[in-house]
Structures are given as C-alpha cells and as structure tokens.
Design a protein around this ligand. Structure first.
Ligand code: UDP
Ligand code: BGC
Ligand code: MN
Length: 320
C-alpha cells in the first residue's frame, strides 16, 4: 500500500516537530541520580543552633515525622494570607515555642524588581517553614543599582550577614522557587545539598548532574572554606556552576534527596542564554576562587530594614 503524498508530508512534519521538542535543552536531563535514602535523612543532617539562640521549651523537637510527610502543597498558597498565630518576629525570624528546635537556618534570597513574586514567596515560605519546626530567618538582599543583576554577589552579602548573626546553615534560595514537599527539610546536611533537583520548568528532571543552582543548602563553615561565591558574574547564568567548581576543588561532594521530595514550582519566565563574558569567567573559575569571593566582597550597604516578614538588605554594587 502506497502512502499519499499529503500523508507523507504530514508524517515527516510530525517527526521533525517531535525531534525538535526532544532536542530542546529543557528536555534533556539526568533520569536518575544518587540520593540519600529516607531512613538515612535524619542522620545526614547537621545539628546546630545559631550561636545566640535560646529556647525556654522543655522538650526537644523531633523530626522523624517530617521525613515521612506525604503532603504535596499547592503553589496557589501564594495567594493566601499569613495566619496571625505564626508569630513571626520582626526581620522574618521564627522558632517554635512548643519544643526546642535542633536546627537554625538562614534563608537568603537574591532579589530585584519582582515584588509580586516576593510577596507570594514570603506568604508561602513562612507557612511552609512553620511546619518544619526549625529556627529560621529570611534575608532578602536587594540590588538597587542598575548594573546587570549579580545573583552570586547578593548571596555573598546575605551569607555574610547571616554568618555574623551566628547562623550555622545557609539556604541560598531563588525567589521564584517554591518547595512543594514539606518532607524537603530546610536544614543543612553534612554535605552541601542541591535541594531543587525536580523543577516543573524542567519537567521535574534534573538538567545535569553537577547543577548546584536554584535552591542549595550549605554550612556556613563550608561556605567560608570555599571563599563563598564569585563576585564577578553580572548577568544571567554560570555563577552556580562556578560555585560547584569551588566545592569540587575542596573535595566537598554534593548530595540530594529523592526527586519526589525535591519537587519545586517555578513561576513561568523566559529562559536566557549565557553571554560570552560569563563563558570566559567560567573558564578561569578555578584560578580565581582564592581571590574572588567573601575575601574580596565590596559593596555599599544602603540600608537594612527589619520588615515584619524578612530582613531587607539593600545594596548598591556600583559604589564600593
Ligand atoms: N532575580 C531577581 N531579579 C532579576 C533577576 C533575578 O530577583 O531581575 C533573582 C530571583 O531570586 C530569581 C533568581 O535571581 O529567582 C534567578 O533568576 P532567574 O529566575 O531569572 O533565573 P533562572 O530561573 O532562569 O535560572
Ligand atoms: C547555567 C546555570 C543555570 C542552569 C539551569 C546552565 O546552563 O550555567 O547558571 O542554573 O543552566 O538553568
Ligand atoms: Mn527562575
């Protein structure tokens, strides 16, 4: 039986469309990766509280049930309001009162010009973190100048403030990512952890095994050991790959949780490409790491405001 010309054209067209879809970078990825088994999660955590944290609770908080929590949250929570009983302290700090927490975490968000996303993020995250029963504080570091955005430098600035406030654990967090599973614990593991390995944008597939961007957890001590992140990445992309190289150079192996637990929702936005400058920086990452980072961090702190839901650090990267 011979196919008609029209049918042939149709099938060839269909084949080409499918091929293009599967060749798209967002469709590639690591189908399975190594992760910490559920029964080993609690023992993989680094137990430490912020230096000046005190609690009057009698019993310790327990976290076993968190690991086995099957709840999947809806990103529509961002449209809600915060419950009064959450009792968040000025500067976006919280600790449970019914039990003494075992972990203190500083969540650091690089930010500019995404007011609607930030509002939703804060409502969602305070609700989410309330159920984690940890001591935490949210730092939003805003770039107020008009230079291209510098995510890594803002994260360095936030990390410096959090470390000064005695936080032993840092979670570096994009404002447009929402964790969907309460079982994704917002505490540091002993090894640096890539937390956002399953994002809707990438069809919940890890794009590449060395990805260390989006949301990551790292001990303050480890962040200091690797000299933080590079200050040189203005514009989109690469700074997280540079961070990964720093870990590699210091024999710090990253870890992950189960893809089911590591699910995140990212609000839809267009994809960008790495510029030539960024590619050049990446090729010299290893040579720069000892001189470009926390030890060379220069910026003008314009103001720090204790907002009811977050510590707002405003910085000008143009002025030194
Ligand atoms: N960001 C921001 N304003 C900007 C660009 C970036 O606040 O103009 C912050 C924000 O936290 C965002 C993160 O940097 O989630 C990463 O940027 P983006 O989401 O554009 O990158 P991608 O998701 O494509 O890696
Ligand atoms: C970029 C990273 C980015 C990743 C995922 C890579 O090509 O270098 O900065 O996080 O893509 O979008
Ligand atoms: Mn994003």
């Amino acid at each position: 039986m011979r196919m008609s010309y029209k049918k042939k054209v149709f099938y060839i067209g269909l084949f080409i469309i499918i091929l293009i879809i599967f060749m798209h970078p967002d469709m590639q990825g690591v189908r399975s990766y190594e992760f910490i088994a559920k029964e080993k999660i609690i023992s993989s955590l680094h137990e430490e509280l912020a230096t000046n944290f005190t609690s009057s609770a009698i019993s310790n908080c327990e976290y076993y049930a968190n690991v086995y929590d099957e709840t999947v949250l809806s990103p529509t929570l961002v449209d809600g309001d915060l419950v009064e009983s959450h009792k968040i302290k000025e500067g976006g700090e919280y600790a449970p009162v019914e039990c003494k927490p075992k972990y203190s975490t500083a969540i650091i968000v690089p930010y500019r010009d995404r007011a609607e996303q930030l509002r939703g993020f804060l409502v969602y995250m305070h609700t989410f973190l309330h159920y984690q029963r940890i001591h935490y504080r949210i730092y939003v570091v805003e770039q107020i100048d008009t230079k291209p955005f510098n995510r890594a430098k803002l994260l360095n600035i936030g990390a410096k403030a959090a470390i000064k406030a005695g936080f032993p654990c840092l979670i570096l967090h994009d404002v447009d990512l929402l964790p969907l599973r309460p079982a994704n614990l917002y505490m540091c593991t002993k090894q640096p952890r890539h937390m956002s390995s399953s994002i809707n944008k990438f069809r919940f597939v890890l794009p590449y095994v060395n990805l260390f961007g989006g949301v990551v957890a790292i001990l303050s001590k480890q962040f200091q050991t690797i000299n933080g992140m590079s200050n040189e990445y203005f514009g989109w992309g690469g700074e997280d790959d540079d961070l990964f190289m720093r870990l590699e150079d210091h024999d710090l192996k990253l870890c992950r949780f189960d893809p089911e637990i590591s699910k995140y929702h990212m609000s839809i936005h267009s994809s960008q490409q790495k510029g030539e400058e960024i590619k050049k920086l990446l090729s010299s990452a290893k040579e720069r790491m000892s001189t470009d980072g926390l030890n060379s961090l220069k910026y003008a702190e314009v103001a720090t405001v204790m907002h009811p839901l977050f510590t707002h650090i405003m910085v000008d990267l143009e002025q030194k």
